[in-house]
Design a protein around this ligand. Structure first.
Ligand SMILES: NC(=O)c1ccc[n+]([C@@H]2O[C@H](COP(=O)([O-])OP(=O)(O)OC[C@H]3O[C@@H](n4cnc5c(N)ncnc54)[C@H](O)[C@@H]3O)[C@@H](O)[C@H]2O)c1
Length: 341
């Protein structure tokens, strides 16, 4: 297949590109504006392509999805079979302060990309959605049928894109999509070739790894009075390589099946304190942790019901182990530290 990957220089997109290069012969074109993605990641992906004798299979175009004529030209010229769409703005508090950025980048640019796919016969679309579409879910574990009620512009901007996809799937029967709703994505490539590069990340495991290697003096725990076993929030952490595998499965799945929505998580949750203690254990560093008040809009518990993706796509996670997730995040952070030295 000839695949367009938007946001392939970013955290999750780059892991999917790496996995496609390791495991398939697909041709890949990455479009990324490098706003949070990195040219160093692209360089590593090119090295991986070279090692796999697939240099010809990987193309990178630095472009912004809001440049509609440019994106249209690329889509017309390249005749893609499928799009995997990662590019987005992803920081929840920023979305509250600057909703227009989120609706423009996440909803408007996605709508344009879908339109260009429809205009140019690109009939497979895989979309990065998020557990944030559920808001404060009334049932745990969260099923794909649990009502969607986002509580911030980020979640709403993603839900609006989901709606565009669903309506287009109904209106144009040849057009098929898979919506993957990710829970908390964490860790790094199991061979530590790539990982999350963007500074000031807000993801708990990344922050804990940065604190363990001394990049941060301390880290914060937001809220200790939630109705959970130790009072801190519980989340479903999925290793980024298992998530990458879900995308490869989704591509195969779309060939013979209809459009659908799937949760991506392990169906098991860890508290913030459990994560921090695990990072302390694997790093051997008793780093400083400060306890502070709740953040607005954090649900106490978010755990995916993953039975649908396991049953329908035959997705089987391989790295369902918090210590392993923390270890890969830590090793990646050490690698970044060496690179910066
Ligand atoms: N990280 C998570 O835990 C998580 C959870 C749920 C959903 N998601 C979704 O997964 C996707 C990828 O997230 P990530 O964590 O890899 O984020 P990321 O910021 O690392 O990657 C996003 C990439 O898209 C690029 N990009 C952004 N806007 C663009 C534009 N207008 N034109 C071209 N490129 C653009 C960025 O430069 C970056 O490389 C996002 O859609 C996000 O909403 C992430």
């Amino acid at each position: 297949m000839n695949i367009l990957i938007t946001g392939g220089a970013g955290y999750i997109g780059s892991h999917v590109v790496k996995q496609l290069l390791d495991e398939t012969n697909h041709n890949i074109t990455i479009i990324d504006n490098l706003s949070t993605g990195s040219i160093k990641t692209i360089k590593t992906l090119k090295e991986i392509a070279k090692i796999n004798n697939k240099e010809e299979n990987l193309d990178f175009i630095e472009a912004d999805l809001s440049n509609f004529p440019l994106i249209e030209g690329i889509i017309k010229a390249k005749k893609f079979d499928a799009v995997i769409h990662f590019a987005a703005s992803i920081i929840v508090p920023e979305s509250v302060k600057n909703p227009i950025k989120y609706y423009m980048n996440n909803t408007v640019n996605t709508t344009n990309l879908i339109k260009l796919c429809l205009d140019n016969n690109v009939n497979k679309f895989i979309f990065s959605s998020t557990a944030a579409v559920y808001g404060q879910p009334y049932e745990i574990p969260v099923k794909e049928t649990t009502p969607t009620k986002p509580i911030n512009p980020y979640g709403m901007s993603k839900l609006m894109s989901e709606t565009v996809l669903k309506d287009c799937g109904l209106a144009y029967p040849d057009f098929k999509y898979i919506i993957l709703r990710y829970f908390n994505v964490a860790g790094a490539d199991i061979k530590i070739r790539i990982g999350q590069r963007f500074p000031n990340a807000t993801h708990l495991i990344k922050v804990a790894a940065e604190t363990a290697v001394g990049k941060r003096e301390k880290m914060y725990v937001f809220g200790t009075d939630y109705p959970t076993k130790d009072g801190t929030c519980i989340r479903d952490y999925i290793h980024v390589d298992d998530l990458a595998d879900a995308h490869i499965k989704a591509l195969e799945y779309l060939t013979d099946n209809d459009s659908d929505v799937f949760n991506c998580g392990y169906g098991y949750g860890y508290s913030v304190l459990e994560v921090i203690n695990t990072m302390k254990k694997v790093s051997g560093v008793d780093f400083k942790v400060e306890f502070t008040g709740r953040r607005e809009g954090d649900p106490a518990i978010l755990i995916a019901d993953n039975s649908k993706i396991k049953n329908k796509m035959k997705w089987q996670p391989k790295y369902n182990n918090l210590e392993l997730i923390c270890k890969t995040a830590l090793e990646w952070e050490k690698k970044l530290l060496k690179e910066e030295a």
